[in-house]
Design a protein around this ligand. Structure first.
Ligand code: ZN
Length: 199
């Protein structure tokens, strides 16, 4: 359609798969990159190759890290006995921006979904149960999105943790219904965390 050379078309096709970019904006982005080849495109290509090579999921919490254990899990000051359960790394980053949480995280990597055949094993829920016991956790904070899937997942987790004796809380009001943590401003997310309540 845009009649660009084949490799550029391929680049546009890949860029169009990024969130928030359709074919039209992908094409505009690629044209911009070509114009700024030296200052943006080449450094971007280098850092992308580097990140693709080096980024791992933390074997404990699922956070993205350059090491097998992330900075948060290897920081002893964060062994507070609190584990904050989030859907995605974007939510972990949002909570870290809010600077209200000093404990550790557990990244599920999504929500339960019968439709997409996503069960507890795919979401590292058994690993969470294991951590609660092995880390002697006092509190599990369910910081899942206020969507139907997020809340279904929260209820499931509360159920499987019943009997471990751990206290289960969730973020307070301030998370709009249907809302996603990543879109909250840092102050709101901090307030919702501090005012968390029994789940
Ligand atoms: Zn970690």
């Amino acid at each position: 359609m845009s009649q660009a050379p084949q490799d550029i078309e391929q680049l546009i096709g890949l860029m169009a798969r990024l969130p928030g970019l359709g074919p039209r904006s992908a094409r505009r982005a690629v044209l911009m990159l070509l114009k700024k080849r030296g200052t943006v495109m080449a450094p971007l290509a280098r850092i992308m190759a580097e990140v693709a090579e080096n980024a791992h999921n933390c074997q404990t919490c699922g956070n993205i890290s350059g090491a097998t254990t992330c900075e948060i899990c290897s920081d002893d000051r964060r062994a507070t006995g609190e584990i904050c359960v989030v859907e995605d790394v974007a939510d972990l980053w949002a909570l870290e921006r809010g600077q209200a949480f000093k404990g550790r995280y557990h990244v599920l990597g999504g929500t339960l979904s019968a439709l997409d055949a996503i069960g507890p094993e795919q979401l590292r829920i058994p690993a969470l149960v294991e951590r609660v016991t092995s880390e002697n956790a006092r509190e599990v904070i369910l910081a899942l999105n206020a969507t139907v899937d997020g809340q279904t997942t929260a209820h499931y987790i509360a159920e499987v943790l019943e009997g471990t004796g751990v206290s289960i809380t969730s973020l307070a009001q301030g998370v709009p219904i249907g809302g996603e943590l990543d879109y909250l401003d840092d102050g709101t997310i901090g307030a919702a965390l501090r005012a968390r309540r029994k789940f």
